[in-house]
Ligand binder design. Structure first.
Ligand code: SF4
Length: 733
């Protein structure tokens, strides 16, 4: 048996795994005791990874050879790799020649490794000359990134997991950590056991398993997060609980925030949030860390937060409001204190580091900044890189529906299920003249719309790096060869790019001087990563002191780790200096955004979506592991028992859930976690799991048939948490 150290591909906790393999078969997986994220622990999803790589799953579920469709109504037929890549290059080059570089788009994924992402970003912005590259991370982390930049000046989580051991108060808002980041939740339980006086505040519209561990649970109304935090800040100011020295020395903009704060009186805020005034006061006091004994040192507060703040039309404002609380109380840059956003996907951070979004360039540079564009052009040996803003995730498919984007390349994601307003996305896929899908799994909803399907390697087969929620870079290593004819994601992008160069830059030296064959994957990914590393020199995420060899020798490391540093930095801003023009963190006055959709007479319920404990995203992988269905084997719409009675619905009865966009039918389940007037549907099931495959995989199903495309105006993250619906009993004949 062989053992290979790698990283779990699911959530942003970024647990280390030890893969057990025999020959070309993965036979087991266990937690890596040396990995600083999990110290040997795994959750149910991580512990069953090997089952998703079994020979029978590979045979039945994987895409194992390139396929092409002569027409969209025909079944795809095998095609040789060379022919497939030639065809793709020919079609993309033709579209670019006829309609310009912005007529093509690349939609990638937080599941890609940093090296994969780097090549895709260079392909789009460097070779094609378009900023039309965005990622499914837009659906989970862009509000957190925008919130950090608006306040702290850089997209850099300032705290780390180890801060759990030092915190006196944990403020968990918009995160069901117990289910979505289970191993981190085990660390919270450990910290609580070691320090029983630690206070835990949980804020969520649903009484989740995370809320069950809270000393104080604030069941706020959906969309009232920013108001709640402004009310807490108002109280802190009124009670003289602020750290006025810190505000004066290290921040700007507090005075400009005053009119907004003045309006957020505690009485009004408690009423709007639907909570008791006494609970609001308690939350503000614990967060501020003030003790009854005025001479006692201020307690330390660590915040953990996720999609509940991010997937909102007020996503950036929510994030800024949370950072304001930390700045106003000096709760940042020291052990046990700081805002720590939890990353949804395994490598959403790495994607942002290489600039793999429509508004970014390499190493956290901004596409809108001429100096940054010039730096990246120099790094890539180009005269310039494009300045025109690219399309963000939802915009890209809107542009395809309008005929503006004509050729789409989709890698490692399933937009026909995971983007909001499925029917609009599917219309866009139908209208696009040429759709390439690069995927490991064969049966996703998006596969039904692809002209060309390219088989990609996946977990256990890939090599490279990922970055988790605490800025920690870990190695991903292959234990077995890629299945069938699958190739690595970076390699597919590279081989396509090299062909496209012959059309777009004939006779010129390649922009992609990496070995491109399977046998040299480790050397090629290292060459790509080294180029990325060089792009970070002098930037906030400088990793010029890091190498594959050092990662292999020391294990995972946090950025920044510049040349000469002995180790990565656990937490940022301990010196009170921030990466803003004046070195001060900012209180950002952002316009309050209301709910994307408010309940109305026609659509009286507010629908929220989210994760279940044992499933991951669109279930391409977790859906192949039978034991993971034991926790929840089928989708349902959860409602409060009072609402069910009012609608004449019994437990298990079929209900038709209708939004302004579509209807889906699901069994209903009573749920005491949810307040009256609200409903919840898990995000995981789509048409391929609900029988849609029999109708050519095109039947609308899953919660994103219903959800709204409205988004935060700053981060462009869709408001997936807030959809107005009606729920009616289905009368069976
Ligand atoms: Fe994987 Fe996240 Fe579970 Fe860790 S907590 S094993 S990273 S899914």
């Amino acid at each position: 048996m062989q053992e290979t150290k790698s990283t779990c591909p699911y959530c942003g906790v970024g647990c280390g795994v030890v893969i057990e393999s025999e020959g070309n078969a993965i036979t087991g997986v266990r937690g890596d005791p040396d990995h600083p994220a999990n110290f040997g622990r795994l959750c149910t999803k991580g512990a069953t990874l090997h089952l998703s790589a079994s020979p029978s799953v590979t045979r039945q579920m994987r895409l194992l050879q390139p396929l092409v469709r002569a027409t969209r109504t025909q079944a795809p037929a095998p095609i040789a790799w060379d022919s497939a890549l030639d065809l793709a290059a020919h079609r993309f080059a033709g579209t670019i020649a006829a309609h310009g570089p912005d007529a093509v788009g690349f939609y990638v994924s937080g599941q890609l490794l940093t090296e994969d992402y780097y090549v895709f970003n260079k392909l789009a912005k460097g070779l094609v000359g378009t900023n039309n590259i965005d990622t499914n991370s837009r659906l989970c982390m862009s509000s957190a990134a925008a919130g950090y930049k608006a306040t702290l000046g850089a997209d850099a989580p300032p705290a780390c997991y180890g801060d759990l051991q030092h915190a006196d108060c944990l403020f968990i808002i918009g995160s069901n950590t117990a289910w979505a980041h289970p191993v981190l939740f085990r660390r919270i339980e450990d910290a609580r056991a070691a320090r029983p006086d630690m206070k835990i505040i949980v804020v969520d519209p649903r009484r989740t398993d995370t809320a069950a561990c809270a000393d104080l649970f604030l069941q706020i109304r959906p969309g009232s997060d920013a108001v709640l935090m402004a009310g807490m800040l108002h109280l802190m100011q009124r009670q003289a609980w602020l750290d006025t020295d810190y505000i004066a020395a290290h921040t700007s903009g507090f005075a400009a925030l005053q009119p907004q704060l003045a309006a957020c009186t505690p009485e009004r805020v408690a009423r709007e949030c639907g909570i008791a005034l006494a609970d609001l006061v308690q939350a503000a006091r614990w967060f501020a860390g003030v003790a009854d004994d005025a001479t006692a040192p201020r307690g330390r507060t660590l915040s953990l937060y996720c999609q509940g703040l991010n997937q909102s039309s007020a996503g950036t404002a929510n994030n800024a409001a949370l950072v304001h609380l930390h700045l106003a109380t000096g709760q940042i840059g020291k052990p046990g204190a700081g805002p720590l956003s939890l990353t949804g996907q395994a490598n959403a951070m790495g994607g942002r580091e290489v600039g793999g979004m429509s508004n970014l360039l390499s190493a956290h540079r901004d596409m809108a900044n001429p100096q940054h564009r010039a730096e990246v052009a120099a790094l890539w040996g180009l005269r310039d890189v494009p300045a025109k803003p690219g399309k963000t995730a939802v915009e890209m498919f809107e542009a395809a529906a309008d005929g503006e984007i004509r050729a789409l390349w989709i890698a490692c994601t399933n937009p026909a299920q995971s983007l909001p307003h499925q029917s609009a996305v599917r219309r866009a896929l139908e209208r696009a003249e040429f759709v390439v899908l690069q995927e490991a799994f064969a049966h996703t909803a998006t596969a039904a719309y692809a002209d060309l399907l390219l088989p990609a390697s996946t977990w256990g087969e890939k090599t490279g790096t990922v970055t988790n929620s605490e800025r920690c870079i870990s190695r991903v290593r292959s234990a077995v060869p890629a299945a069938g004819e699958a190739r690595h994601d970076w390699q597919i992008a590279l081989q396509f790019a090299q062909r496209l160069e012959q059309h777009l830059r004939p006779g010129m030296p390649t922009l992609f001087p990496y070995a491109n064959h399977q046998a040299s994957a480790e050397a090629a990914t290292e060459a790509i990563w080294n180029e990325h590393r060089e792009s970070t020199r002098g930037r906030d995420l400088d990793i010029t002191g890091l190498s594959y060899a050092r990662l292999d020798a020391t294990g995972p490391q946090q950025w920044p780790l510049p040349e000469g540093a002995t180790h990565g930095r656990k937490r940022l801003y301990g010196d009170g200096i921030f990466p803003t023009p004046d070195g001060r963190a900012r209180f950002a006055v952002l316009a309050a955004q209301g709910l994307a959709e408010s309940p109305s007479l026609r659509y009286p319920f507010l629908l929220t979506t989210g994760r279940l404990r044992d499933q991951w995203h669109g279930m391409s992988r977790t859906g192949t592991v039978a034991r993971l269905s034991g926790h929840a084997g089928a989708p349902c719409v959860q409602m409060h028992a009072q609402d069910m009675a009012r609608q004449g619905l019994q437990e298990g009865a079929l209900a038709c859930v209708t939004s302004a966009r579509a209807s889906i039918v699901l069994p209903v389940a009573a749920c005491a976690e949810i307040a009256p007037g609200q409903a919840f549907i898990a995000m995981h099931w789509g048409s391929e799991w609900l029988g849609g495959q029999s109708a050519a995989g095109r039947a609308l199903a899953g919660v994103n048939a219903l959800t709204t495309q409205e988004r935060c105006p700053i981060s462009q993250q869709p408001a997936l948490k807030h959809t107005a619906v009606k729920i009616l009993k289905v009368d069976l004949p």
